[in-house]
Ligand binder design. Sequence first.
Ligand SMILES: Cc1cc2nc3c(=O)[nH]c(=O)nc-3n(C[C@H](O)[C@H](O)[C@H](O)COP(=O)(O)OP(=O)(O)OC[C@H]3O[C@@H](n4cnc5c(N)ncnc54)[C@H](O)[C@@H]3O)c2cc1C
Length: 420
Amino acid sequence: MNKHVVIIGAGAVGAMSAVHALRAGHRVTILEPETPGGEQASSYGNAGWLSSHSVIPPSEPGLWKKVPGFLLDPLGPLAIRWTYLPQVFPWLLRYMASGATRERVTVTARALRTLLADAPALHRELAEQAGVAHLIDDQGLLHVYPSRADFEAEGLAWEVRRSVGVHWQELSADELRLREPELHERYQFGVFVGEAGHCRSPGAYVAALVAHAVAGGAVSVQGRAIDFRIETGRLRAVCTDGAEIPCDAAVIAAGARSKALANKAGDRVALESERGYHVMIARPEGSPRTPMKVSDCAAVATLTEAGLSVAGQVEIASFDAAPNWRRAEILRDHALNIFPALPRDLPASRVRYWMGRRPSTPDGLPCIGRASASRDIIHAFGHGHVGLVGSARTGRLVGQLLSEQEPEISLEPFEARRFA
Ligand SMILES: Cc1cc2nc3c(=O)[nH]c(=O)nc-3n(C[C@H](O)[C@H](O)[C@H](O)COP(=O)(O)OP(=O)(O)OC[C@H]3O[C@@H](n4cnc5c(N)ncnc54)[C@H](O)[C@@H]3O)c2cc1C
C-alpha cells in the first residue's frame, strides 16, 4: 500500500529517509523548520567522514580514569557545563558503563558494523542519483599518531575493528611523509583504512538530497513537529506548530531534538546533545591529502570545498546553552600545530567557527525501528558520531519498514525500547 509519509527533520537521516520512501513508492512530505542541510543541523558541519570502520563507541574501557585529566585540561577534547551536570548525570553513567568492558565494546561494534558496512558505496550511488557525485570520495581515510606506541595504546579499539572485518595498512614515518608532506613531522606513524571515504561538503550534500527528493515529488513544508494524533494505535496526523498534517506514517529524524517526539510516540529514550565544533580555514597553506584523524588532538582534519576543516571536541551542555567558541579556537590552534605551513597570524576573515549537536545515546547506537505507541511511527535518530556515514543504510531501513518488508539487517540492537 502506498502511504503518505511525513519525514520529521531534514538532516542527513531525514534526507536519506525521504529519498528511500519515495523509491518505495510512497507520497512524502518533508517537515523542517529551517533550511534543509542548514547550519542548525549536525549534518551541516560535521567532519564528512564516511568511515565504515567507526564502530567503536565513544566510551571505551578505562575512559573513566582519563576523564578527570580531560576535564582539568583547558585544551582537552572533553568539557562539561557544570550547571548541566545534575541533569545529564544518569546519561553519563550509562555512557561510561556501555564501554566499560571489551565484551560490551565488541557487541556495539558488531551492531554498528552492520549499519555502516559499504557506506561509501551506498553514499556514492545516492550522490550520483542526486547529481552531486563529485561530493563523495571513496579513496580511504588516515589515522595519524606521534609514534607506533601511541597507536598501540589504542590497541583494543583496533583489535575489535579487526574482529568485525576492518582491514588497514600501517605506515612508517617515511611512508607517512611521502603521503602527507604538509603534516607536522611530529607524526611518525599512520594507519590507512582503504575501505572508507568522505564527503567534501556535508551541508551541500544534504541540501542536494532534499532537492532530489523534491524533484522526485516530495513536498517540503516549513514547520516543527510537536506531537502526533494517534487513534487506536494508528497514526492519523503529525501535529505541528502550524496546521496538522494528515498522514499514514511518520519518521522521527529530528536529530538531537528527537527525544520529546520519541516520548510522544511512547518511547522514553536516553538522548543527549553531545556538542562538537569545527574551524574552517579558507585557502589553507597546509592541508591533508587524505582526511586524517589526529590522535593526540582527538580532531579530524579534512580538506573540504570551503577550505580546511578541523572538527572535534565533545562538550556536554543543555541543548539551548550558548556555544563556547573557545572550544573551536582550540581546534584552530590544533590546525596550526598539525600543518606548520599555516601562518600563525591567520587573518580572522579566513576563519569560520561552527557548533553542532550530535544526537547521542549512551551506548553509541542509534534508535531505528517502530515506535511503541504506533507502528506507523518510525524512529531514525540518535546516530551520535556516525550520523552522516550511517544515514545511507538508515534511509534504506526506513524505506523497508514503510513498505512492510523485512529489514536488510537486524534492528534488535537499535530498538528504542532498550532504554525502557
Ligand atoms: C563536530 C562534529 C563532527 C562530526 N563528524 C562526523 C563524521 O565525520 N561522520 C559522521 O558520520 N558523523 C559525524 N558527526 C555526527 C553527525 O553530524 C550526526 O550524527 C548527524 O549529522 C545526525 O544527523 P540527523 O539527520 O540525525 O540530525 P541533524 O543533522 O541534526 O538534523 C536534524 C534536523 O531536524 C530538524 N528538526 C529539529 N526538530 C524538529 C522538529 N520538531 N520538527 C521538524 N524538524 C526538526 C533540525 O532543524 C535539523 O535540520 C559529527 C558531528 C559533529 C558535531
